[in-house]
Ligand binder design. Structure first.
Ligand code: GTP
Ligand code: MG
Length: 369
């Protein structure tokens, strides 16, 4: 539509060229790449130049960084990412904390977490949001993605296994990002475990337990047998309190996408976590290179909800495509604005991808910086 307006030629002419030259049936709302637009213009004998007033990234960053007045800030639940080696009990821990009947672990293929997932629980009137991540070596990027939105980390270390490769990798993520960390020494129900050995291993990773005079709280728990969980939650809430986590709920929502997927019935579904503001049904959203109105919103038990305040994980439908994990989302005033930003980002995205390919693997520092 914008191309047709810019060229002063009917949209039908563009559609017909798109079909003949590119074999693509496009609609008036579809976004086409810059070089495709140029080729179409050439076919129609129109000289097309691209003018950009402001980079999409720039305007989105502006909304994200918009300062809130101190009096508008309200305490929000901590977003806690659960990290640790494969099978050390991360999902069991989150599942037990949810105390729901949803058996998360049993539903997983082979019990190995393949996706990132976020849940909110309430303890003594305080809400806490947990982000469960896979421990397998192959999911390194997913762990850094989780760490990206996080206020603090629970590092799960199985007492019978101790510090393993992905424990060490998680520790270096946490150190690089500077977020506070609490160690959950899990599986203490097992016989013949050597706690002191695990403490020693942690210390050799420069994680000195507070009982050894260090700065890291190590809480002994059994996720399976429900031991030590009050202690863990209290330690987490205390840490949250120390860091005075606040957000303004009365502003356009911004946050991050943890996971995007296509659902048979619902179309493109994005698992978002709201960081500032309140997300509502009907909001015009840009998320990475996707955009749309929030059509429906579901909480972590798949119940439909109308709005999501800061630190809430939600699944939303209504985006035109599946956003990428780690993409930021921003609520904008109009759907046209969202579409324009998405269009620009699709162009910028190509430059991004190129830069990424030449720049080697993305690290957590890259994402946080
Ligand atoms: P990945 O998602 O694959 O990284 O694993 P995970 O860390 O989520 O581990 P998960 O919760 O799937 O647990 C792995 C196994 O450890 C399961 O068989 C759990 O039942 C068991 N487990 C978890 N917590 C405890 C515990 O406190 N005690 C004992 N004895 N077993 C536990
Ligand atoms: Mg798991």
């Amino acid at each position: 539509r914008s191309l047709s307006e810019a060229m002063g030629r009917p949209a039908k002419a563009i559609m017909s060229i798109m079909f003949k030259e590119f074999g693509e049936m496009v609609t008036i709302n579809q976004i086409i790449e810059e070089d495709v637009a140029l080729a179409v213009a050439m076919e129609l004998g129109v000289d097309l130049t691209f003018k950009r007033q402001r980079g999409a990234l720039e305007s989105v960053t502006e909304i994200i960084e918009q300062e809130d007045a101190p009096e508008d800030l309200v305490t929000r639940p901590p977003i806690i990412t659960v990290l640790g080696h494969v099978d050390h009990g991360k999902t069991t821990l989150v599942d037990t904390l949810r105390k729901s009947n949803v058996k998360v672990v049993e539903g997983e293929a082979g019990g190995i977490t393949q996706h990132i997932a976020a849940y909110q629980i309430e303890y003594n009137g305080h809400k806490l949001t947990f982000v469960d991540t896979p421990g397998h070596a192959a999911f390194s990027e997913m762990r850094s993605r989780g760490a990206n939105v996080t206020d603090m980390v629970v590092l799960v270390v199985a007492a019978d296994d101790g510090v393993m490769p992905q424990t060490a990798e998680s520790i270096s993520h946490v150190k690089a990002s500077g977020v506070p960390m609490v160690v959950a020494l899990n599986k203490i129900d097992l016989p013949d475990i050597n706690e002191q050995k695990v403490m020693q291993e942690l210390a050799s990773q420069n994680v000195l337990p507070s009982e050894w005079g260090g700065e890291t709280d190590v809480v002994r728990v059994s996720a399976l047998k429900e031991m030590g969980l009050d202690n863990l939650l209290e330690t987490l809430l205390l840490t949250a309190e120390l860091h005075e986590l606040k957000a303004n709920p009365n502003r356009p929502a911004v946050g991050a996408c943890l996971e995007g997927f296509r659902d048979e019935g619902r179309g493109s579904v994005a698992w978002l976590i709201v960081q500032k503001g309140t997300l509502r049904i009907g909001d015009a959203v840009i998320c990475g290179k996707s955009y749309g109105y929030i059509r429906a919103m579901y909480d972590d038990t798949d119940q439909q909800i109308e709005e999501a305040p800061p630190s809430t994980p939600v699944k939303v439908t209504g985006l035109d495509s599946v956003p990428g994990a780690g993409d930021h989302f921003v609520v904008v005033e109009t759907i046209d604005q969202a579409r324009e930003l998405a269009e620009e980002r699709r162009h910028e995205g190509r430059a991004d991808t190129l830069a990424r390919h030449s720049g080697g693997p993305r690290t957590l520092e890259d994402i946080l910086g």
